[in-house]
Design a protein around this ligand. Structure first.
Ligand code: ITT
Length: 190
């Protein structure tokens, strides 16, 4: 079975490949030229949009991840706008730290929605995973990608960017979504 991974984000792609590594599907990467506009109002809507449009365009099974960081004191921002919050990861992190300022409530959650679409675009699976943590006052660590350096997990006393990748792969929003996904896979993909 072939499955097209509908992402243009290299950090995300690496993690998705790792989560799918013990599956028998041949993973293919979506062509760069095929870009899907994220017009949805939720992570799940955007994951479905990306999976569905890429599946239809290539007439192949496709999987998409829509994710982001939602900060409690910012009423869930940047949320589904996490990728559009700045030009680079550094800019996005700086903007978030500036918006949050010295706010005492540092609680936040990473959210990951994953959708799988059939070659005709019909959604065959849709799941969501959440990982709660705290926003630090300054970045720590150089692993991972995106907002990882400012997302601190108290239970391990580490940011996502300080963790060994295997640990992030066990506890992250993406890890939880993939665990659910493997329980509701369409039979054709098992
Ligand atoms: P695709 O839509 O092509 O997959 P994208 O980067 O635009 O790539 P999203 O719209 O889902 O993807 O945006 C996700 C944003 O949330 C992006 O800024 C990421 O850096 C951030 N993000 C998601 N998961 C993350 C993680 O595990 N660690 C750090 N940042 C993460």
């Amino acid at each position: 079975n072939k499955l097209v991974v509908a992402t243009g984000n290299p950090g995300k792609l690496k993690e998705m490949q790792a989560h799918l590594s013990d599956r028998a599907w041949a993973l293919e990467l979506k062509p760069d030229a095929l870009e899907i506009e994220e017009t949805g109002q939720t992570f799940q809507e955007n994951a479905c949009l990306k999976a569905s449009e890429v599946a239809k365009a290539l007439n192949q099974w496709a999987i998409a991840d829509d994710s982001g960081l939602a900060v409690d004191a910012l009423e869930g921002a940047p949320g589904i706008y996490s990728a559009r919050y700045g030009q680079t990861d550094t800019e996005r992190i700086q903007r978030l730290l500036k918006e949050l300022g010295e706010h005492a409530n540092r609680q936040a959650q990473f959210v990951c929605a994953i959708a799988i679409a059939r070659p005709d675009g019909e959604i065959a699976a849709l799941v969501e995973g959440i990982c709660r943590g705290e926003i630090l006052h300054s970045p720590r660590g150089d692993r991972g990608f995106g907002y990882d350096p400012i997302f601190y997990v108290p239970q391990y006393q580490l940011t996502f960017a300080e963790m060994p990748p295997e640990l992030k792969r066990q506890i992250s929003h993406r890890a939880l979504a993939f665990q659910k996904l493997l329980n509701q896979l369409p039979t054709e993909l098992n």
